[in-house]
Write a protein that binds this ligand. Structure first.
Ligand code: HEC
Length: 242
């Protein structure tokens, strides 16, 4: 049932290995929970609402290309803060790509309408400062290629090693043979799907669902493996077997 060539089972391991593997699995379990929390706090808030949604993933990787922050402020929350003529000029400036040679026109408008709130004390963006205004006028293109390459390779190397060791330990568990093979393979497959989905979402926002499935898939598979391993190393049902 467990495969004819299984070397040993977790319940029968010498104590030093049990302690070593338990320490590792507990740290990994905690790490997984922290990773989940971090995703909720960073990506989860990308659309301004708590909780991870498809929009969060689209905003993080594809960006919000409907316009710049400056433009959405001038048509939304900050609409009442400047007369129409000034607002249109600011929107036009943002749409033109924030040309610096028009700053002598734009700067004073921001100074006059905005800096009474957006000042040093309030902690809000200092919109009347040139570099801040230029940044707010940029259209958000989401994650850059260079940051995606960086995060992708860190994830593949780092998480690949985690799954190697978790799977290695789990290979010694008492488990239905075919399910064991599936569980060991699952995190690797979902990890690749996850990374590929970031790149696809960067260019085609409709792929965001793949990111959600990918993250969920490998969290689930590794949780099953970690919990099974810990139980079989310490619960009498497995350790007391003749
Ligand atoms: C009466 C005070 C006040 C004035 C005047 C004001 N703002 Fe704001 N602004 C705020 C506050 C408060 C927020 C944060 C609102 C929120 O997040 O709900 C904000 C947020 C913003 C944001 C969003 C920042 C981000 O990172 O998303 C932008 C952009 C902005 N303001 C631009 C402007 C511009 C441009 C003007 C001048 C035309 C202006 N504001 C005038 C109070 C003000």
């Amino acid at each position: 049932m467990f495969g004819s060539n299984q070397v040993t089972t977790l319940g029968k391991l010498p104590m030093p290995y049990k302690v070593l593997f338990t320490g590792f699995l507990l740290v990994i379990g905690l790490g997984l929970m922290m990773a989940g929390a971090q995703i909720m706090l960073t990506h989860g808030m990308a659309d301004g609402k708590p909780g991870l949604s498809k929009e969060d993933i689209v905003y993080s990787y594809y960006g919000n290309r409907s316009g710049s922050k400056l433009e959405s402020a001038m048509t939304g929350k900050m609409k009442s803060k400047a007369p129409d003529a000034d607002r249109f000029l600011l929107i036009q400036w943002a749409r033109d790509g924030a040309p610096i040679n028009q700053w002598d026109k734009v700067g004073p408008i921001l100074e006059k309408n905005c800096s009474k709130c957006h000042d040093e004390e309030s902690g809000f963006d200092m919109v009347a400062k040139q570099e801040v205004a230029v940044k707010l006028a940029e259209v958000d293109h989401g994650a850059s290629i260079s940051s995606l390459t960086r995060v992708s390779h860190i994830h593949l190397f780092g998480i690949g090693f985690i799954f190697l060791f978790v799977g290695w330990i789990f290979a010694m568990a008492e488990f239905n043979y075919n399910w064991k093979l599936i569980l060991i393979a699952t995190p690797f497959i979902f990890l690749i799907a996850d990374i590929v989905s970031w790149w696809l979402t960067k260019f085609w926002p409709s792929f965001a669902w793949l990111t959600m499935i990918g993250g969920f898939g490998y969290s689930l598979a590794s949780t099953v493996m970690v919990v099974t391993c810990l139980a079989q190393m310490w619960l009498p049902r497995w350790t007391d077997k003749p």
